[in-house]
Design a protein around this ligand. Structure first.
Ligand SMILES: [Zn+2]
Length: 196
């Protein structure tokens, strides 16, 4: 498994929301893409890990990723611990991505900003020769950050006009998580996605 691009995020559906269109665009251009979900999303208000795994597999087909895996970090407890970093570094050595896409380091959900830190440090460790890991050392050539929130001025954006509709289908594959709009009258996240 040698990936050109690997997107890493805390929960199944995070990648679809932040850089799903970019992954699809890259796949259409012939690049080999992958997704690593750090957790199985077992702490989500809705859905079970089994349901979410089926939804994630369906979404992965829409995004045409070559590989999708789960690291097995406990949901709601994503931390850059030594054990988690080592497991992530092992995946990086196996997938050997040239580019890694991580969540931006400022976020509302603690798992998201911790995923950013864990992702960065895991990629760094993967390149250390002396670590007791299997495989050849590998460090991604480039790390990019993505976000679904406004307020962080981007250094670049990717035009996903052509990918928009399919990326939307990938998001809606998570039937347990998303509704057309939040019906809570005082919900400040009154948009077409769920407020969780
Ligand atoms: Zn999330």
């Amino acid at each position: 498994m040698r990936l050109d691009v690997l997107a890493i995020a805390a929960h199944p559906d995070d990648v679809e929301l932040t850089c799903g269109g970019t992954l699809l665009k890259m796949a259409r251009m012939g690049y080999k893409t992958g997704i690593l979900d750090l957790t199985a999303g077992e702490m989500g208000t809705r859905g079970t890990p089994e349901i979410r795994a089926r939804e994630a597999a369906k979404a992965a087909k829409f995004l045409r990723v070559a590989w999708r895996g789960t690291l097995g970090v406990p949901d709601s407890d994503v931390q850059a611990t030594r054990a988690h970093k080592m497991r992530l570094a092992q995946v990086i050595r196996e997938a050997r991505p040239k580019t890694v896409i991580l969540p931006y380091w400022e976020a509302r959900h603690p798992d998201h900003y911790h995923a950013s830190e864990l992702g960065y440090e895991g990629c760094f460790l993967a390149g250390l020769k002396q670590l007791p890991l299997e495989g050849e050392p590998h460090r991604p050539h480039k790390i990019l950050y993505c976000t679904s929130f406004e307020g962080m001025p981007p250094t670049f954006i990717v035009d996903i006009t052509r990918e928009y509709e399919t990326r939307r289908k990938a998001i809606l594959a998570y039937g347990s998580q998303f509704r057309r709009s939040c019906r809570r009258s005082r919900c400040r996240w009154r948009t077409w996605w769920s407020c969780r």
